[in-house]
Design a protein around this ligand. Structure first.
Ligand code: NZQ
Ligand code: ZN
Length: 391
């Protein structure tokens, strides 16, 4: 286990009706004028936004609204939001939605206190050091942005999708009411499941020794996600299963599971090129990327893949041949995601063209001078091969 310094300052408020506390929580955090960021229609249609507005009014907090954020969020709205926040002297940002809304809110929060171009933070030529305080009402368990210090935005002109990271981007509070997720279509729930599982895989595939504690924590969370996802598929309004998914999404990415380990993150980089180019949901892209990435990495440490297969997917066959057991686990993962309704191959994306593989590989090479990932780092010829495995 390697040394670590764990800091996770977000206050998580979990459970039924908790969104009604948003006004009091924002006030306690010093809010007088809130920039309310939200997505397309879901939060308005469900009545959530009405409840949030009235809680803010009750706390005598003024509101400036900024709705219409789309999935795979783009740089344009971030620039607009920054301008509006500066002009209106906003002192608090409240995101009501999923990863796309939250990440837009985070980049606006950092840009609002900065005189330069916010994109520098995503290009990593500068790090965000300060940001307006951020609060969250989460509506989809998936990206884990409600507890992370990251924001992932796509630059409109270049279609580069890149993450900014900084402690100042961590939310002051995140409200998690599982009932708010009843309205999620099965496909969106499934995308969230693939994303949170992938956040665990990014940490699970490590070369560190002596990490049995975090290995087993990863495996436990993965098993709980799988069980809950199957319940939700049949009974979308099952509170306990929705609650399990909601907290698992946070636990998967608040970095408890990565402590003492060197994480990988190569598969996420491969996926961000897919969602930037095809506008596919991030979780659906990961369902295509991960099985191919796993096949490519299998020979690096078959025992680790076999451990995943036996402990999480209950693979029993051929215990003497770890390679076969490992393969069985990858197949079980792929079958599970397909069962949830997710794609498994690039050819299932309507606008996929084979020639895009070299475009995506070049984009990765352009902004990441070194190899990709840490488990068994991918050189650029490997990146192209892994993409080809996804066809
Ligand atoms: O816009 P509305 O109408 O709200 O619809 C949204 C959107 O279409 C819908 N939705 C959300 N909550 C709903 C709902 N529909 C019905 N009922 C509800 N309760 O779901 C759709 C997807 O929303 P989005 O915010 O895009 O989902 P997600 O949370 O999966 O976020 C994905 C984004 O997060 C980034 C991804 O790359 C992607 O851009 N990530 C952010 C990370 C971070 N900041 O730490 C880490 C992740 O690895 C990831 O990269
Ligand atoms: Zn992710």
């Amino acid at each position: 286990m390697i040394n670590f310094d764990y800091y996770s300052p977000t206050r998580f408020i979990f459970g039924k009706d908790t969104e009604t506390r948003v006004g009091a929580l924002a006030k306690k955090a010093g809010a007088r004028k809130v920039f309310l960021v939200y997505g397309g229609h879901s939060a308005e249609k469900s009545g959530l936004l009405t409840r949030v507005r009235s809680s803010l009014h009750e706390a005598s907090i003024a509101i400036s609204e900024f709705g219409g954020i789309l999935p795979n969020p783009k740089s344009g709205p971030v620039y607009k939001g920054i301008e509006q926040c500066k002009k209106e002297k906003i002192d608090f940002i409240l995101a009501v939605g999923g990863g796309s809304v939250i990440d837009t809110a985070k980049s606006i929060a950092a840009g609002a206190l900065d005189d330069g171009d916010f994109w520098d933070f995503h290009e990593r030529t500068r790090m965000p050091e300060k940001a307006l305080p951020i609060g969250i009402v989460l509506t989809i368990p998936a990206a884990g942005s409600e507890g992370s210090g990251n924001s992932v935005i796509t630059q409109e002109e270049t279609l580069l999708k890149r993450a900014a990271t900084g402690e100042c981007l961590r939310p002051r509070f995140s409200i998690l009411n599982p009932e708010l997720t009843y309205t999620l279509p099965q496909y969106q729930t499934a995308c969230g499941v693939a994303d949170m599982m992938s956040h665990i895989f990014e940490r699970y595939f490590t070369n560190e020794k002596g990490v049995d504690l975090t290995d087993r924590m990863c495996e436990a969370v993965l098993k709980s996600i799988i069980d809950a996802a199957l319940v939700v598929k049949d009974t979308p309004n099952n509170y306990e299963a929705r609650a399990t998914l909601m907290w698992a999404g946070t636990v998967a990415h608040v970095n408890l599971l990565g402590l003492g380990r060197i994480e990988d993150w190569g598969a996420h980089a491969l996926e961000h090129e897919l969602s930037a180019l095809y506008d596919v949901a991030h979780g659906a892209g990961l369902a295509i990327v991960y099985p191919a990435w796993m096949h490519y990495q299998l020979n690096h440490d078959p025992a680790r893949f076999a451990q995943l297969a036996t402990r999480v997917f209950g693979s029993l066959t051929n215990k003497l041949n770890i390679q076969d057991t490992a393969l069985e686990g990858i197949q079980a993962l792929s079958d599970f995601w397909i069962q949830l309704g997710l794609p498994s191959k690039l050819r299932e994306l309507p606008s996929f063209r084979k020639e895009d593989i070299s475009v995506m590989t070049k984009k990765i090479k352009m902004t990441r001078p070194n190899e990709l990932g840490n488990f068994s780092p991918l050189r650029y010829e490997d990146v192209e091969k892994v993409y080809n495995e996804m066809i």
